[in-house]
Ligand binder design. Sequence first.
Ligand code: SF4
Length: 214
Amino acid sequence: MKSSFNFFIDFNSLFSLFKDLSSYYGYMYWWPAEKPLEVVEGAILAQNTTWKNAEASVKRLNNIPIDELLKIDEREFRTLIKEAGFYSRKIDYLRNAISFYSNEIDNTPSFISIRDELLKIRGIGRETADSIALYAFNQRTFPVDSYSIRFFNRYFSLNLGLKNYDDIRVTLSGIFNSMMLMEFHALIVEHSKNYCRKKPNCENCFLKEKCGNQ
Ligand code: SF4
C-alpha cells in the first residue's frame, strides 16, 4: 500500500539513492551559470516554459550589466526575452528579482534566509525561490518540482503531492549540503527525462531492482 508522506525516508535510503544516481550519470554540474544573476533570470524565464525556450533570453540578458538591466524599458525587454513568452508578467517579475538581487548580493548576511526574502517578492513562488536560493546563493534548500514528486512517489512507493512540498524540501536540506542538493535535483531531473518519464521505461532502468514501483 502506498504510504502518505510523513517524511520517514531515512538518511541511508536517500544517500544510497543519491550514490546510485551519481554513479550512473556522473557529476552533473547542471546549472553552469557564469554568474549567479544568470540563475535568477533563468529561474524566472523558465517559468511556464522549457529551459530550451528560456536559454537564449538568459544569454542575452547575461550580456547586459545589472544597472542597465534595471533601466530597460518594456519594449526592449520584450525583444530581449522574446523566446520565453508571458512577457508582461515575466518582465515585472524579472525587474523585482533583479532589483532584489542587486540589493541583497552584497548586503545580506549568510544567516538570513534568502528563500524567505525571495518569497516576499511578487512573482516568485516556492520552486523559483528555492532554485534561486540554492543555485545562485548556495543556500541549503531544494526546488521540489513535478519530476522529483513523481520520482519519489515511484521509487519510495509514496503518495506525495505539492502539499508535501516543505516536508520534502526540509528533509532533503537537513541531510545534504548545498552542492549535493544541486546535484541531487539535477540527477532526478536527468533520470526523469531518461527513464522515469510519464510513461516510465522501467524495463531498462538501472534502478529497477531497488525501485518501489516494481
Ligand atoms: S524502475 Fe521505473 S519507476 Fe522506478 S525509477 Fe526506474 S523508471 Fe522510474
